[in-house]
Write a protein that binds this ligand. Structure first.
Ligand code: NAP
Length: 307
């Protein structure tokens, strides 16, 4: 288990992403994945009010609703760290923050969110208004801790500066786009994460499925995720990266997914990568990351192959 910043949130080293729930995974398949994740010791669940608004006929909230049904059925809320995000639907004005948090709580069927993220910056809202609204959510007991995702570094620092200047609830984690094939975090944000003592909880840890090894040259149609699938990595750089992942996986008799996730977990500042699974078989390919020890030479080999 790992600790988020200086909080009392103790989390499993693999955070379960849930954008497939109610989208590419039926409610039953989602329950199966959640059950298997908890059976493996998992306690850290990542969702958002906007999942899966991009799918035909969806309005957002589908993932939270499935999780809410599962929490009600399993009665295990107290054993879990539940993270959700607001801001992608209607922005981050104070009014929208209040309304969306209430919607999240209702769909999840809980009284308090453990980790509430600002999902993305809202250029139309005053940053101080947003930060104050998040603070009020904490003061009202509707969220325990705050976090942030997808902000440009200067805006991230500005938001942190406001919390420090005004004595508001601080941000304890950053959720950046970071994986073996997306490395800009290392130059643009890792320094800030260190400086402010944030926990890095990277998303798209499997490069939208590409790093699982299921994409191969000449193969098409391996995912139904549309614009959220990994096909954009299917080029010379992607195949080079995959060859390195394959090689390390073979040396350990493990899966490509485990190698990609273990590499990310081993990076400075990373507390727990987030990946999703549509089925329990997919989750089973990811879980060996927990015990996989990559040597310094292997970590370097992977980093160089994907630089
Ligand atoms: N903060 C943000 O802005 C943001 C943005 C995106 C995501 N997220 C969070 O991060 C989580 C992870 O991102 P993601 O789910 O989009 O991408 P990801 O974790 O990189 O890829 C997961 C997808 O890859 C496929 N997959 C996983 N394991 C597999 C295996 N063993 N074999 C074959 N295919 C496998 C599945 O899709 P298919 O089988 O359907 O192809 C699965 O849904 C999300 O669920 C969400 O919680 C946050």
């Amino acid at each position: 288990m790992r600790i988020i910043g200086d909080t009392d949130l103790s989390v499993f080293e693999l955070c379960l992403g849930t954008n497939p729930f109610g989208w590419t995974a039926s409610e039953q398949e989602s329950f199966d994945v959640l059950d298997a994740y908890v059976a493996a010791g998992g306690n850290f669940i990542d969702t958002a009010d906007s999942y899966s608004v991009w799918a035909d006929g969806h309005v957002g909230g589908e993932s939270e609703t499935v999780i809410g049904h599962w929490l009600a059925a399993r009665r295990c809320r107290d054993e879990l760290v539940i993270a959700t995000k607001i801001g992608s639907l209607g922005g981050l004005s104070a009014e929208n923050v209040r309304a969306r948090v209430d919607d999240c709580l209702q769909r999840l069927g809980i009284d308090q969110i453990d980790l509430l993220y600002a999902h993305r910056d809202d250029p139309d809202a005053e940053l101080e208004e947003t930060v104050r609204a998040f603070d009020e959510v904490v003061k009202a007991g509707k969220a325990r801790y705050l976090a942030i995702s997808n902000y440009e570094p200067d805006r991230l620092e500005e938001a942190i500066a406001i919390t420090e200047r005004e004595g508001l609830a601080k941000f304890v984690a950053l959720q950046p786009h970071y994986n073996l094939l997306e490395r800009s975090y290392e130059q643009t944000r890792a320094g800030l994460v260190k400086r402010y003592g944030l926990a890095c909880v990277p998303y798209f840890a499997l490069a939208k499925g590409f790093l699982t090894g299921k994409y191969r040259p000449g193969q098409a149609g391996v995912s139904e995720r549309g614009r959220l699938d990994g096909s954009s990595y299917a080029d010379d750089r992607g195949w080079r990266a995959l060859a390195a992942v394959d090689e390390v996986a073979a040396a350990h008799g493990t899966t490509d997914s485990a190698v990609a996730l273990a590499w990310l977990l081993a990076q400075p500042t990373v507390v727990a990568p987030i990946s999703s699974a549509r089925t329990t078989d997919q989750l089973a390919e990811q879980l060996p990351m927990l015990t996989l020890e990559l040597s310094d030479a292997e970590l370097e080999r992977l980093a160089v192959a994907t630089a």
